[in-house]
Design a protein around this ligand. Sequence first.
Ligand SMILES: C[S@@+](CC[C@H](N)C(=O)[O-])C[C@H]1O[C@@H](n2cnc3c(N)ncnc32)[C@H](O)[C@@H]1O
Length: 361
Amino acid sequence: MNRFWTEVIEPLARAAQPKIMVEVGSDYGVGTEKLLGLCKSTGALLHVVDPVPKYDADEWSARWGDSLVFHRELSLDALPVIGAMDFVLLDGDHNWYTVRHELEVIYGQTVAAGHPFPLILLHDVGWPYGRRDLYYDPDTIPEEFQQPHAAIGILPDHSDLVPNRGMNGHHFNALSEGTPRNGVRTGIEDFINDHDDDFTFRVLPVFFGLGILYRTADLKDGPVQLVLDALSLSPGLEELLRRVERERVDLTVAHHERLANYEVSQARVASVERFIQNNQVALGELGNKLHQTRNELDQTRVELADTRGRLSAWESKISVRAAVKLERLVTTRAPHLASFIKKVARRVRQRVNHMRSAGVR
Ligand SMILES: C[S@@+](CC[C@H](N)C(=O)[O-])C[C@H]1O[C@@H](n2cnc3c(N)ncnc32)[C@H](O)[C@@H]1O
C-alpha cells in the first residue's frame, strides 16, 4: 500500500487534516514511518495495528513518543478500543470476514457514535484478493466464515489454485475465486449494501488495487474532494490502467515463479553440499576405489594389447609352418605346382618379416 504514498495517501491525508489516523497492517513499517513523519508535522496521532510487526515496535513507540500508539493485536480486537478515527488505512488480513467486520467496527466507533465516517483507504481490492480470501492465520477466523483454503499458489484467470505455480503459495488462499463472502472487495461491497448511508467507493486499478471509501455527505465540496477529483480517470484511461496492471501482474507472477524455482534449486544444491559434507570420509574412500579401479583397467588394457600381439604372431607362425609343409608336399607330390607354391611361401615370409619389423612378435 505504501506505493500509493506520494500521489494518493499523503495528498489525501494533508487535505483531510485528520486528528486520529489508523493503520491496520504495518509489516516492515515502510508506510508507517511516512505516516509518522506526517503526524509529527501536523500533530496528529497514529494508531498502528499489527499482531506481528517486522520491526521492534517498542523501540518505535519510544522513538515516536506521543505520535504513535502501537497495538500488537488483531484489528478486530484493537479497533473497538481506539474510538473515533478520521483517516484509516486497511491493509491487514485480506479476507471477507476481517474487512467486512473492520468496516462495521469503524462504523460503530464513528457514525453510530455521532462522528463522521472516516476516509478509508483499502489495499488489495483488485487481483488476487479482491474476490478471493487470504488468511494469515485461519485459526483467527470463525470457522463458518472460512472459505475452503490451502497454501497453494494463485494464477490470473484461474479460479482454482494451481499447485507449484503462481504467487503467494506460502499463504492460505481460498480454493475458489468469486464466490459469495469471498475477498476484500466483496467485503466492502457487502458493507455498503448492508447500510442505508450513501457511500462512495472508488478503485484505483493499479498495484493490486486501492479502494477509497467514504460517506459521500462527509466529504462533499471540501479539500479532500479536490484531491479525489484530481485522481479521477476518464473511462479510456481507466481501461488503459487496467491493461497496464494486468501486464504488471503477469510479470510479477512470472518473477515469483522464477524466484520459487531458484529457491528450490538452491535448496537442492544446499542438500547436496550437506550430503557431501556429512559423507566426506565415505566419498574419499569411494574416490580412492575409483582411482584404483581406473589403474587396474589401464593395466588390463595393456595386457589385452600384449595378448592380441602374441595371438597375431602365433597366427603368422602357424601360417609360415603350414606354407613350408605345403611347399614340401607339393614339390614331392605335385612338381608342376612347385613354382606357384614357392611364390605363395615367399609372400607369406615377406609378410611375416614385415610384421616383425613393425614390432609384432
Ligand atoms: C500486506 S502487509 C502490510 C503492508 C503495509 N501496509 C505496507 O504498505 O507496507 C500485511 C500486514 O498485516 C498484518 N496482519 C495480518 N492479519 C492482521 C490482522 N487481523 N490485523 C492486523 N494486522 C494484520 C500482517 O502481520 C502483515 O504485517
